[in-house]
Design a protein around this ligand. Structure first.
Ligand code: NAP
Length: 353
């Protein structure tokens, strides 16, 4: 595709932590180009460069810096819309753009558990895109919404998916150590998090971690989602790390499996994005790391451009069957990168408007 043939996309919430990742990851994307940036009335009318206060380590592209930020609700020319909106406004705004005939690919929690909205991880549940046809009957103009999971869930669900498929997963206990970027730029005051760990994350974080993997690992059958039967107990913590959610997980399987088989199952996991060679797909969705003190956020979060999940410290558990440590880059694989991979899958299936 030449630059001018690339599919124009709009980013809702373009100025936020996730929005900035979208801009960064789409800068050289072979299929998509950023055509419109949208944020709140605080930012609308300013150039993106003025409004965003760019905070990423790569340079903000000049053409994006010069774009005028549109207000939420504005007419858009793009039919593919990525949403990194705050959840206080995401629900209605995403419905609105879906009703205008857009494919809305969202990071927000609002529509994740809707009865006909895929909670999509292309390696894990690509068949859930079949639910889009049901949505197109309720939205006007053939629009629809596809969501990606909570950022911690992304790591956990990818690590559990091959185990669920091969052995069945019965129960999981997880404790997360979540980076401050997961709360958005203004989310956690530096005075509150430095020299500290906060054993609470609002917005129903533990509930999301306990519920979303059941939908993701379940099936779309006869026009409805059926949850996988696993039970999850989650405890969450905010820690003074900038990017990268680390979590420990103890797992009970339905069948018996030696640790060597569990490790082989994790390491050999691939899915539809790898078969299709999608541009943002990691070659290996799971990197198993041998070193006894890994994965670590600073050292391992950027594997495969932040799109691979790292797993390590697989060992027996005296309570359940085994335990492991999982790491996911929360604003890349856990947010913007995930949404872009979702859009790539939809494009490859001919489902983009
Ligand atoms: P953020 O840094 O606070 O950014 C929020 C964005 O929403 C900004 O662009 C902001 O625009 C816009 N916004 C806020 N209020 C608005 C309003 N009333 N009207 C229109 N736009 C409004 O948050 P974030 O961390 O990027 O998260 C964005 C979404 O992704 C949230 O739903 C979050 O739960 C989800 N998510 C985040 C992560 C993560 O790791 N950060 C991971 C997965 C999912 P202004 O700049 O103009 O205020």
């Amino acid at each position: 595709m030449t630059a001018s043939e690339r599919i124009p996309v709009a980013i809702l919430g373009a100025t936020g932590s996730v929005g900035q990742r979208f801009i960064q990851l789409l800068a050289d994307h072979p299929w998509f180009r950023v055509a419109e940036v949208v944020a709140s009335d605080r930012s609308a009318g300013k150039t993106y460069g003025e409004a965003a206060g760019w905070r990423l380590e790569t340079l903000l592209p000049d053409d994006i810096a010069a774009m005028t930020v549109k207000n939420l609700g504005a007419d858009l020319t793009s039919r593919l819309v990525f949403s990194g909106l705050d959840s206080s406004v995401a629900g209605d705004a995403e419905d609105d753009y879906a009703n205008r005939g857009c494919a809305v690919i969202s990071n927000a929690r609002n529509h994740r558990m809707d009865a006909d909205v895929p909670l999509l991880i292309p390696e894990v549940n690509a068949s859930h895109v079949d639910a889009i046809a049901t949505q197109q009957q309720r939205f006007r103009n053939h629009g629809y919404i596809v969501t990606n999971p909570n950022c911690s869930v992304m790591g956990l669900a990818i690590a559990l998916a091959p185990l669920e498929k091969e052995f069945g997963v019965e129960a999981v206990h997880t404790t997360t150590m979540q980076a401050i970027s997961g709360a958005g730029y203004a989310g956690v005051a530096s005075y509150a998090i430095l020299d500290n760990v906060i054993p609470y994350i609002g917005g129903g974080e533990e509930d999301k971690i306990e519920a979303e993997p059941r939908k993701i690992l379940g099936s779309w059958t006869n026009g409805r989602f059926e949850d996988a039967p696993l039970k999850i107990s989650a405890q969450v913590n905010r820690v003074p790390v900038i990017d990268g959610h680390l979590m420990t997980a103890s797992v009970k399987l339905r069948g018996r499996a030696p640790l060597d088989d569990v490790r082989r199952c994790l390491e050999s996991f691939t899915g539809e994005p790898q078969r299709l060679g999608l541009p943002s797909a990691p070659r290996h969705p799971i990197h198993y790391i041998d070193a006894q003190d890994r994965p670590q956020p600073r050292l391992d979060r950027d594997r495969e451009g932040g799109m691979a999940v790292s797993v390590g410290r697989l060992r027996a558990c005296p309570l359940l069957d085994f335990r492991m440590v999982v790491l996911v880059h929360n604003t890349i694989r856990g947010a913007a990168g995930a949404a872009i991979l979702n859009a790539e899958l939809l494009h490859s299936r001919g489902l983009l408007p």
